[in-house]
Design a protein around this ligand. Structure first.
Ligand code: MN3
Length: 235
């Protein structure tokens, strides 16, 4: 479904732009800002592991709210940032007015994290193989050893946050966890190659308080080809 913002952007590029009152266009569309991307699959594609209702609310309400709030904060506090990439915004939080910094961190982080999250999931995500599997084995013993350690990072995260798989220092890969909508690269760390959203909004409708059950099911929809591609990019 096209949002009003997208509709106006399309209209602005066509002759139909003249039908949009100039005043509202100037106020709303001076800079388009960030937009909610489409899911790379249908909302019910990850059933039964991730139910369609959770997916729809998570994408169209939660993720959309991060995008809307991010745009509002930047419009008020740093409009020049609206034309940057989300990576550039998150790498330059210190350049923002202090009053907006935490909000941009939360909502900009939310936008980056969720865009990443949708793309590391798929209906038939397969299994890790090749160099990725080798690095998982070297780092965690076995794939099951990795799943156990990753699940522990998910369940031990107190409150809301994320668990991530990132390139390591002593070993090829390591697991880290971040609170809220932070991610490992915000503090100058490595870009993650896999991440799991452990906010209650990601699982509560289907799994209630059972976060470990959600993570167990989530492993069935990890898109291992994308994780392998992320690892290649990190090299
Ligand atoms: Mn979420």
């Amino acid at each position: 479904m096209m949002t009003r913002r997208q509709a106006l952007t399309v209209a602005a590029g066509a002759a139909a732009a003249i039908l949009v009152p100039a005043a509202s266009r100037a106020a709303d569309e001076a800079v388009a800002g960030f937009t909610l991307g489409k899911l790379p699959y249908a909302p019910d594609a990850l059933e039964p592991h991730i139910d369609a209702e959770t997916m729809t609310i998570h994408h169209t309400k939660h993720h959309q709210a991060y995008v809307t709030n991010l745009n509002d904060l930047l419009k008020k506090n740093a409009p020049e940032m609206l034309s940057k990439s989300i990576e550039e915004v998150l790498a330059n939080l210190k350049a923002l007015p202090e009053a907006a910094r935490q909000g941009v961190r939360n909502n900009g982080g939310g936008h980056w994290n969720h865009t990443f999250f949708w793309n590391v999931m798929a209906k038939d995500g397969g299994a890790p193989k090749g160099d990725l599997l080798k690095k998982i084995d070297e780092s965690f013993g076995t794939l099951d050893g990795f799943k156990k350690a990753f699940t522990e990072a998910c369940t031990k995260r107190f409150g809301s946050g994320w668990a991530w798989l990132v390139p390591g220092k002593d070993k090829p890969l390591m697991i880290v966890s971040t609170p809220n909508q932070d991610n490992p690269q915000m503090e100058g760390g490595a870009a993650p190659i896999l991440g799991c959203d452990v906010w209650e909004h990601a699982y509560y409708l289907k799994y209630r308080n059972l976060r470990a059950k959600y993570v167990e099911a989530w492993f069935n929809v990890v898109n291992w080809d994308v994780v392998a591609a992320n690892l290649d990019k990190a090299k």
